[in-house]
Design a protein around this ligand. Structure first.
Ligand code: SAM
Length: 283
């Protein structure tokens, strides 16, 4: 736990003890904050959800622009200052809880449940929980309009990578199955207090209104993708040994001697559907 007295983004001095276990690297550069908000393009009638407001660097500009802002923060020490700061803002709705366990469906009003994909999720995410959090959020993709996240740049590169690129892997396939993904811009460590060790980047994820390729069974899809990438240097045929035969891989219009990193999302969906229909194959 480190105590920083550097000014936070509002210009006021901060005496908050930054907690490493909560990934607390707070934005300190107004220009970057403006750039993030401009990319999000909040509209008055949007229903925004911010994960991890911290000392409200993003919360302050967002709350001025939207009628509804749900905020999810885990750190006890930040709750009272947030409540005080936004006491007069009707849009503000604070949830003191763990974003990994939160049921995002409960945020929808009765009218919104009919109006699909209404939530707009944003957050400068704690890097240690970013992948599990995105996987959790994907289970609510049917009620999410879009997501804008600050993540480690390396993670954004993996999320947005196309087949054949070194960064292409399980995260790329799983996220691109559900969402359109776009890397927006990078943010250097000097724009945070305390500075993280790595570069960061903003990613935009837009859940597909209709999935371009549909897996018959989510678990079979997850399992096939995980298994296909289990040993990155091995071929599909080797990684899927005991799961799908060479003939079955070929029946999916895929070359068994290629590696998973060259296969587009559609290919994994075909493999998963065949695996789901025909059960576990043993060769
Ligand atoms: N949004 C602020 C900013 O940009 O300056 C703070 C971002 S900081 C990287 C991450 C924030 O997420 C912290 O406020 C931290 O306490 C909070 N956080 C960490 N783990 C969380 C969890 N599981 N659920 C909710 N909030 C969490």
């Amino acid at each position: 736990m480190a105590k920083y007295t550097a000014k936070h983004a509002s210009g006021r001095p901060s005496t908050h003890k930054h907690k490493k276990q909560f990934g607390q690297n707070f934005l300190n550069n107004g220009r970057i904050i403006d750039q993030i908000v401009a990319s999000i393009r909040p509209q008055e009638n949007d229903h925004m959800v911010e994960i991890g407001p911290g000392e409200a660097a993003l919360t302050r500009p967002l709350i001025e622009r939207v009628k509804k802002l749900d905020i999810i923060e885990i750190d006890n020490d930040l709750i009272a200052p947030l409540k005080i700061q936004f006491a007069t803002k009707p849009a503000f709705n604070l949830h003191h809880t763990d974003a990994l366990k939160f049921d995002y469906g409960t945020l929808l009003s009765k009218t919104e449940s009919n109006d699909k994909q209404s939530l707009r999720i944003v957050g400068n995410l704690p890097y240690n929980i970013s992948s599990p959090l995105m996987f959790h959020l994907l289970t609510y993709a049917h009620c999410i309009q879009d997501m804008h996240f600050m993540l480690q740049k390396e993670v954004v590169d993996r999320i947005t990578a196309q087949p054949g690129i070194k960064a292409y892997g399980r995260l790329s396939v799983m996220l691109q199955y559900s969402c359109q993904t776009e890397s927006l811009f990078t943010v250097g460590p000097e724009n945070f207090t305390p500075p993280p060790k790595v570069e960061s980047a903003i990613v935009r994820l837009i859940p597909h209104a209709t999935l371009p390729f549909v897996a018959d069974d989510d678990k079979a899809f997850r399992d096939i993708v995980r298994q296909s990438f289990s040993q990155k240097r091995k071929t599909l045929r080797n990684n899927l040994k005991g799961w799908l035969s060479v003939e079955q891989i070929e029946a999916c219009d895929l070359e068994p001697a290629t590696r998973a990193e060259t296969i587009p999302v559609e290919g994994f969906v075909k493999l998963a559907n065949l695996y789901f229909q025909h059960g576990k194959f043993s060769s």
